[in-house]
Design a protein around this ligand. Structure first.
Ligand SMILES: [Zn+2]
Length: 726
């Protein structure tokens, strides 16, 4: 089960929750008392109801999730052990396909577990999660270290050309084989022990890294002492600052906490330059203050151990190991893309600074734009240049109307129809959650879409897509179940919820992930829907964002909350024009972090001083002095809180290159709703999951490899520097 967490402004982050494709565990099946077994039965049993069954929400207690997970993990391990212990000679069916069939209880229980840990995470659930996460990791280790299992997989893999496998079967075999080898299956016992020790050390260091950041974010703040310190802040922002201070035991005062959601609005609106600088310094120095929470020594150790691990596994660097099974395949190809975009982005950022400086000079501010001035003056430029006012736009952006608009787009592009099943026939885990049945053009059942739109305690922040059940047809048709989750503030009963343009874009983005799941048409569940490479998974979701900007959609669904009138042409033009606003800044702050990430992981076993490395690398790149990395090395949680995005922060740019280039295919035909291009998009991308190399899938859609010209145009960068036509 893979879950996608997508905080909008912060780009999209992907979190691997509980991987049920590699199933093994360190725990032994415990003898369960029959009464316990009975209590967990609802969670372990096949799902009841129409459409291959639906999750049994409302029919179990939270306390039952833990024993059910433990039982399901033990059952999964037993399944895997049976496959490994078979005395029949290894075949695709009795080994690779058998692994696909293993652990069906775990698939079901972990779907529920994923919903509760991400959206219903109260104290009871947090305790269950803390207990289960290490057990899930241990289960995974035990599967990939199962030597007998690996020998069977390797035996099938060695004979792959003689087995008459379909393309999808060959892909699945490759995914399983390389997955095992990449986790050390080929190593001898001494090397395996060394690998385990490295993994454990790395896990400990990453946890420490994260705790240091949490400690500084949790403890540090800038106190605002009186009205004069609130200059420039809206009443709403002042209220938030007051609430923040009260939450830290400073009632009657105001505070800017050391978190992005507190810092960014302050830097955008505060007219107190001295306080902006103070707040900015606090935020960018997290983990780098030379005190007990300083991360620099930890980072040096993590990098060294990662380099050793890569070497042990037979790769020249950690970056080479990480990139091998991605679409980019090599660090060199990822770097080439980043470096091609870097110079035009820097050039654009210099132009943005010039616009800001002009405004500052006109105002007689008598200052040179510094990093703590960037957001404030960018906002001034936005108002002056585009006259786009959020409050003017908001009455046209009704949550429920835009949801209908997403359904309409899915109908136009993929022939999908959404039918409400909110009649109580499908149970939900919270009264805010609603469910739709998805049908194809012929009226056949495709899957279910759950929608959980509102914020509440115990729910993760941001927005994401979750998959409750993967589409497959290994043993008959199994229809897909997906959900979209966000954190809108619930309005008064009967009052439409209005959202921002950014949030509307986020909704379309997450719906793109959902459509990637819903359109899936594959045989094997491991290759289904969004279970694809990290640098490819954001491509369908980023692509779908483009339809929000289409006139046909806006005319029908961006209608005024009171008058019902469609959004005026003049306002749409302003949105269009402001699309490329501040893209120099956004690209430079992101790309500088992505470049540092990749270069740190290409250094091999050379000892690194992170502070010096960052300073010297940025100087060599020509980093504009007015911009700071989105995540400085000492606080780069994507990269050091775990290894998920290490040597992988480039993925967002890689996927956006694909989405920009793919979007232009519609423009080259009859427009956003061109039926031929849409049909090809479904056939080659949205239905294919991971059944082929993503580069091949893309080529079959576009007839060629992606170029970066479209990305340059999308971000408003000069394409001349690029040379290439695409
Ligand atoms: Zn996403």
């Amino acid at each position: 089960m893979t879950r996608y967490v997508c905080p909008r402004a912060a780009l999209c982050a992907l979190v691997l929750l509980a991987c049920t494709t590699a199933k093994t565990a360190s725990m032994q099946r415990e003898t369960q008392r029959s009464s316990e077994r009975h209590r967990q039965e609802t969670l372990l049993a096949k799902w009841e109801g129409r459409w291959g069954g639906v999750p049994p929400f409302g029919r179990f207690k939270v306390a039952e999730i833990k024993p059910a997970m433990e039982q399901a993990m033990a059952d999964n391990l037993a399944d895997i052990d049976r496959i490994a212990a078979s005395t029949d000679s290894p075949t695709f069916d009795n080994t690779i396909a058998a692994m696909e069939r293993a652990g069906s209880e775990l698939d079901r229980v972990s779907a529920v577990y994923g919903v509760y840990t991400s959206t219903m995470n109260d104290d009871e659930m947090q305790a269950i999660q803390a207990d289960l996460e290490p057990k899930l990791a241990a289960m995974n280790d035990r599967i990939v270290q199962n030597a007998k299992l690996y020998q069977r997989i390797a035996s099938v893999y060695e004979r792959r050309d003689a087995l008459g496998l379909t393309g999808e079967q060959q892909r699945l075999l490759w995914v399983d084989y390389t997955g095992f080898v990449r986790q050390g299956a080929k190593l001898d016992e001494v090397q395996k022990e060394k690998l385990s020790a490295l993994n454990q050390q790395l896990a400990t260091l990453s946890t420490k890294f994260n705790q240091n950041i949490l400690a500084e974010e949790g403890a540090q703040m800038v106190l605002l002492e009186g009205e004069q310190d609130l200059a420039g802040l809206s009443p709403a922002l002042s209220e938030q600052a007051a609430a923040a201070a009260a939450s830290r035991g400073k009632p009657g005062q105001w505070a800017v906490l050391n978190t992005r959601s507190s810092v960014d609005p302050f830097l955008t609106f505060s007219t107190r330059r001295d306080l902006r600088e103070k707040v900015w310094r606090m935020f960018i120095m997290r983990g780098d203050n030379g005190d007990a929470h300083d991360n620099n020594a930890l980072i040096a150790q993590i990098l060294l151990l990662r380099a050793q691990k890569a070497k042990l596994l037979g790769y020249s660097t950690w970056a080479h190991w990480k990139l091998e099974d991605q679409m980019a395949k090599t660090p060199e190809r990822a770097l080439a893309l980043m470096e091609a975009v870097w110079k035009p982005a820097v050039a654009r950022a210099h132009e943005e600074v010039a616009d800001m400086q002009a405004i500052a000079d006109k105002e007689g501010a008598n200052l040179r734009i510094e990093p703590w001035d960037y957001r404030l003056y960018a906002e001034k430029v936005r108002r002056a240049k585009y006259e786009l006012d959020e409050s003017e736009l908001k009455p046209y952006l009704q949550l429920e109307k835009l949801r209908e608009g997403m359904f309409w787009v899915a109908g136009e592009l993929f022939g999908l129809k959404f039918v409400s099943v909110n009649d109580g026939s499908v149970p939900v885990y919270h009264p805010d959650v609603r469910v739709w049945e998805v049908r194809d053009a012929a009226g056949n059942h495709v899957g279910l879409w759950y929608f959980d739109p509102y914020a509440r305690p115990g729910k993760n922040s941001g927005a994401w897509m979750n998959e409750y059940r993967r589409q497959s047809r290994i043993d008959g048709d199994v229809p897909v179940i997906v959900s979209n989750n966000s954190n809108f503030l619930k309005g008064k009963p009967g009052e439409p919820v209005l959202i921002s343009w950014d949030d509307a874009t986020g909704m379309f983005h997450e719906f793109g992930h959902a459509l990637h799941g819903l359109n899936s048409s594959v045989t094997y569940p491991s290759l289904s829907g969004t279970n694809v490479a990290r640098d490819y998974v954001e491509f369908p979701s980023q692509l779908l964002e483009h339809w929000l900007y289409t006139r046909a959609l806006l005319d029908k669904y961006a209608v005024h909350v009171r008058t019902g009138q469609p959004i005026p042409e003049a306002l749409v033009k302003k949105i269009e024009r402001s699309k490329t606003f501040n893209q120099g800044f956004a690209t430079v702050e992101y790309l500088s972090a992505a470049l540092i990430d990749m270069k740190l992981h290409l250094a091999g076993e050379t000892p690194i001083d992170p502070r010096k490395f960052e300073r010297e690398t940025l100087a060599a790149l020509g980093m504009p002095r007015e911009i700071v990395m989105r995540h400085r090395t000492a606080q780069f949680q994507h990269v050091f809180s775990g290894d998920g995005y290490s040597a992988g922060y480039y993925s967002y740019l890689w996927a956006d290159t694909l989405s920009a280039d793919a979007w232009e295919a519609f423009g080259e035909a009859s427009g956003p709703y061109d039926q031929k291009v849409a049909a090809r998009l479904k056939e080659t991308i949205f239905s294919k999951g991971n059944t082929a190399d993503p580069a091949d899938l893309y080529r079959s859609f576009r007839g060629r490899d992606p170029g970066i010209g479209a990305l340059m145009r999308k971000r408003g960068f000069a394409a001349g520097a690029m040379g290439a036509a695409n």
